[in-house]
Design a protein around this ligand. Structure first.
Ligand code: ADP
Length: 516
């Protein structure tokens, strides 16, 4: 085709980002439309599917206008979407629930029964989705238990991207990638999993038809086409989940190249060529294509730990940073830099929000270990930053067992703004750390998948040039030797405190109440 641009639409939890990207991976224009997250109770996190649909349509129109290109020059629109969402709709596609997001915790009490009495681990091994309240499997169990009458009225249970495609094309299709984050999809058969459906209490015909991530729909209504500023025959590529597309977008699709993201939470992800689950249940495995799978682990306590330092522990220092006209995070890292690697033997276990991978322990709590009269505030600040990297390290170790040794880390998220924190990661993991120039990794990944779907490229290696990177950190062997001693001690401390974590969490629930 002689058309020059791909439009990528990335449906996220805070906003939908649309991009116009040319064939060399250059972002010509970007547009972002935010929408609210509704939290009527502390354990709920929902969005309005119609609000999101409107943002997608308007986002596509506005980004094309911003780029100043004619709609007839658009090769395709390709999609990325947040994982684990669930909406109940009726036959007329009216939502019967809001869009229940990954962050929704209402089904937390069903985790233990599923694991202990309903073969949860076996289901995880077949589906690749950890047993966690984020999973649509648990959300469906919850609905069947607490809202059976709503379930009776439901025609289909779908995710947000399926909702958008159903609105545009009148069809219920789900790509293998998003299907593989529902907890209901068999990784090896690429089909809905009988056992998981039975446990969830749904039938195959209440779900969408699974299709490849390169599946294409065409035939927009003329009204929709006009609203988006596109010809009605523009191909829409179904695309994949934001998590696996981010790996593609940062170029982490070769053995040993792992993507590390630390925003509020954090994750380590790598690409493998067949579905692999972890016998110990520590990792997720999600589909990208028939021959590409993303394995990885997520942590709760990423950048939020540094925010806690800024807002609770080092408030005076943060204020001093602001007085000097600096970003408080930058000022705090400059203080941490005054301390040697290893914080003179102070170890922080950053488990304030409980923990996901690799131990999946909601009762874990934070610990400063090794404090002496010698230690100062600056040691505590540094040890928190180190502790977050130790967490990433322990997930990376689990990942290496299935995905092979680490060759390079591609860093992204708020932490990647700090040269100091990035170097620390290179030293702890003994691996070079690079930072891709573009931060729109999921959108770039969606655009690459779009080109593949249209047959414009043969495979992902032909878009190597898309990922530009001007920052690289090499590991320092002396520092790594120090960190190696401490990461091993860190793991010991965690193991020894397991029973005590349960006890202190029980105490907190009894005396403070609520969900600490
Ligand atoms: P989100 O998860 O909401 O997308 P970000 O990716 O923006 O968040 O990450 C926010 C986190 O990044 C903060 O909590 C902080 O830990 C970290 N961060 C932000 N700016 C800096 C900085 N200049 N130096 C070090 N860390 C930073």
């Amino acid at each position: 085709s002689s058309k020059r641009y791909v439009v990528a639409a990335d449906i996220g939890t805070t906003s939908t980002k649309t991009l116009v990207i040319d064939r060399d991976g250059r972002v010509i224009a970007g547009h972002s439309i935010e929408y609210p997250l509704y939290t009527p109770t502390p354990d709920r996190a929902e969005q309005d599917p119609l609000e999101i649909f409107a943002a997608v349509v308007r986002g596509i129109r506005e980004v094309i206008a911003k780029a100043g290109i004619p709609g007839s020059d658009v090769l395709c629109v390709s999609f990325s979407s947040a994982m684990h969402s669930l909406i109940a709709v009726d036959r007329e596609l009216q939502p019967l629930t809001r869009c229940i997001t990954w962050a929704d915790n209402r089904s937390a009490d069903l985790v233990a029964p599923l694991k202990n009495e309903m073969n949860g681990m076996g289901i995880y091994r077949n589906t690749g989705t950890p047993i966690h309240p984020m999973s649509p499997l648990l959300k469906l169990m919850w609905m069947n238990r607490y809202e059976p009458e709503l379930v009776n009225r439901t025609y289909k249970f779908i995710g947000i991207k399926e909702f958008v495609f159903a609105k545009l094309f009148g069809k219920f299709v789900i790509d293998y990638s998003l299907a593989s984050c529902t907890g209901l999809f068999n990784l090896r058969q690429l089909e809905w999993d009988e056992e998981a459906l039975r446990v969830a209490g749904v039938t195959r015909d209440q779900l969408s038809e699974p299709v490849s991530t390169t599946h294409i729909e065409t035939g927009l209504s003329s009204a929709c086409a006009a609203e988006m500023g596109l010809p009605a025959d523009t191909p829409f590529v179904v695309g994949a989940s934001d998590g696996v597309l981010a790996n593609l977008g940062v170029g982490a699709f070769e053995p040993g190249v792992y993507a590390v993201t630390i925003g509020t939470s954090g994750a380590v992800r790598g690409t493998v060529n067949e579905p692999l689950t972890d016998p110990q249940g520590r990792l997720f495995c999600y589909a990208l294509k028939e021959d590409f799978w993303v394995v990885g682990g997520a942590i709760n306590n990423g950048g939020i730990m540094f925010r806690w330092v800024r807002d609770q522990l080092a408030t005076l220092e943060a204020e001093e940073g602001r007085r000097r006209g600096m970003d408080p995070y930058d000022y705090l890292t400059s203080i941490a830099e005054q301390v040697a690697p290893g914080s003179d033997g102070l170890i922080f276990l950053p488990l304030l929000a409980g923990e996901r991978a690799p131990y999946w322990n909601a009762n874990a709590r934070g610990v400063f270990f090794g404090l002496s009269l010698f230690h100062e505030k600056k040691h505590m600040i540094r040890s928190v930053l180190e502790g977050v990297v130790y967490r990433i390290h322990s997930v990376a170790m689990a990942l290496e067992e299935v995905g092979g040794p680490t060759q390079e880390i591609r860093a992204s998220g708020g932490f990647a703004r700090s040269a100091f924190w990035r170097q620390m990661m290179a030293d702890v993991l003994d691996t070079p750390v690079t930072v891709p120039d573009s931060i729109e990794s999921s959108g770039l990944g969606a655009a690459q998948l779009g080109l593949l779907a249209l047959g414009e490229i043969r495979d992902f290696s032909s878009i190597h040039g898309w990922v530009r990177s001007s920052i690289r950190h090499e590991p320092n062997a002396v520092n790594h030797a120090v960190y190696r001693e401490l990461t091993s001690l860190y793991a010991d401390v965690y193991q020894q405190l397991k029973g005590s974590f349960d006890a202190i969490t029980a105490f907190q629930k009894k005396h403070v109440g609520g969900d600490l």
